[in-house]
Ligand binder design. Structure first.
Ligand code: FES
Length: 491
């Protein structure tokens, strides 16, 4: 008998991206129920090879993230003992209920069968005999041993290891892995959740739990009133899912306009050489004051100046909003840029304070079912990397293509990351191009895009120096890409 799964869970079980599965639903290859769920029997017909060892799900999760994320996933794969016990208890209770029902149904069916046999013995009527034969044949069929539906087994196992959360009214879904709080898991899934401090003191992540159980796993100072507790309110940053399914009522940000401006004094964790002409600046926020931003956005950085004048630079954040304490920036060597000169001159050292203002900009992922194409030139890779990680977390794009033009010999300073994405993901392709001139390089990118993406019904994200962005935008315009499907960021 078919079980019903959400699209999110179904994609996890058969080891494909949610975007790829949604594309097959749009193509009519898989029919959904009225509530948007997927029947397991139809899913197995579409993916007959789906077996737990073949999905490689856990390894896949670890491989597509950067090393620190992968390490966290491996270390925190299982929830705490208490949460595991609560989820197992809930599952066992469900199983016991099912068993009780089954026994009662079985008793009822056997009683009815006995009466039919009696009726057939007492009345010499062919209708009674037909009824008796039908009842015997039906029972024999039902009681025959059926092979276990592997997807059901996998789904039950996943329900214990990772809980599924649904948000109302948006309908967004995410899974809570390991020891993540609801907030951490939601941000990792690329959702624009409302929150502030991230450590239980501001109350901005307060939500109402409509169904399911949550359990507190982090200390929190914010006092929820008795009335709020009685109505099911809880803090997302302090709680995790204690049952395998949780439904929560909360408002999410619609876009950059809903993110308040912030000013945070951060500390330099490291300045690392990515290539001779590119540095990675790693800043860390205080635990109680994190930066809330959307993937693709920028911030202004302020360094205390030597002669009393502070130095400012606006840089795109290259890291994921899900790790809101650790902010990464790529800085290119530039003799005309005092901020870059300071960094390359070794004057920015670990432990130093850097003020961050932001977030800024509208270069964020649109809500769209189309394939995504990212085109970056040089340091334009920074916001594009953040957007790609966001798109991977959302897992909703049917495919992702990256075209990265470098105008310097060592300009592909994250080529390994691009290779890792290509190897780990079926629906990801990266093309690295090299040209000394950003404008001429943009025309090469346009040619490569045309060669690879014939129908051009994609959403395009362009980031880099003005000459690159203007030229590529003009090329896409000439190719008939609608304005609404092009988002550009000049750096
Ligand atoms: S984000 Fe401040 S209490 Fe949760």
């Amino acid at each position: 008998m078919a079980q019903w799964l959400t699209v999110w869970r179904a994609a996890q079980l058969v080891g494909v991206s949610r975007g790829a599965l949604q594309q097959r639903i749009r193509d009519g290859e898989l029919q959904l129920a009225d509530d948007g769920r997927v029947p397991t029997d139809a899913l197995l017909k579409l993916y007959p090879q789906a077996r737990i060892e073949e999905t490689g799900m856990l390894e896949r999760v670890a491989r597509i993230k950067d090393e620190s994320f992968g390490r966290r996933v491996r270390e925190r794969l299982l929830p705490s003992q208490e949460v595991l016990a609560q989820r197992l208890f809930a599952q066992t209770q469900e199983l016991a209920d099912l068993r009780r029902h089954l026994e009662r149904y079985h008793g009822l069916v056997m009683e009815l069968r006995e009466r039919i046999h009696e009726g057939a013995r007492e009345a010499d009527d062919p209708r009674w005999r037909d009824l008796r034969q039908a009842a015997d044949r039906g029972l024999a069929r039902v009681l025959a041993t059926e092979t276990v539906d592997m997807l059901d087994v996998m789904d039950d196992m996943l329900k214990v290891m990772s809980a599924q959360v649904t948000l109302r009214p948006s309908g967004h879904e995410f899974t809570v892995e390991g020891r993540d709080t609801l907030l951490q898991a939601g941000l990792r899934a690329g959702l624009k959740l409302n929150y502030g401090c991230g450590n239980g003191s501001c109350g901005m992540c307060k939500v109402r739990v409509i169904s399911g159980e949550v359990a507190r796993v982090q200390h929190c100072d914010y006092p929820l009133s008795e009335a709020e507790r009685a109505q099911g309110y809880a803090l997302m940053c302090a709680n995790t899912a204690a049952s395998s399914e949780v439904v929560i009522e909360t408002l999410e940000a619609r876009g950059p306009q809903d993110i308040a401006p912030q000013q945070i004094t951060t500390t330099v964790r490291a300045v690392t050489e990515l290539a001779p002409d590119t540095r990675l600046l790693h800043l860390q926020t205080p635990r109680s004051n994190r930066l809330r931003f959307l993937a693709g956005q920028s911030v202004t950085l302020g360094l205390p100046g030597g002669g009393g004048d502070d130095l400012h630079a606006t840089c795109p954040v290259a890291s994921c909003p899900c790790d809101d304490r650790n902010l990464h920036f790529y800085v290119a060597r530039d003799e005309d840029d005092a901020f870059a000169q300071r960094l390359f001159g070794g004057a920015v050292q670990p432990g130093q304070a850097v003020t961050v203002w932001g977030p800024l900009g509208e270069f964020v992922l649109a809500d769209s079912p189309r394939p995504l194409v990212f085109a970056a030139c040089d340091i334009g890779f920074a916001p594009v990397k953040s957007l790609i990680e966001h798109a991977l977390a959302l897992d909703a794009a049917p495919s992702i293509a990256l075209f990265w033009l470098a105008t310097r010999v060592d300009g592909h300073f994250m080529a390994n990351q691009c290779r890792a994405w290509s190897e780990a993901l079926d629906n990801f392709e990266a093309t690295l191009l090299r040209h000394d001139d950003a404008g001429a390089g943009a025309r090469e990118v346009a040619r490569a895009v045309r060669a690879d993406l014939f129908d051009i019904d994609c959403d395009f994200y362009l980031a880099g120096p003005e000459a690159f962005v203007r030229e590529l935008d003009a090329q896409l315009d000439a190719a008939g890409v609608p304005r609404g499907q092009r988002i550009a960021e000049v750096l």
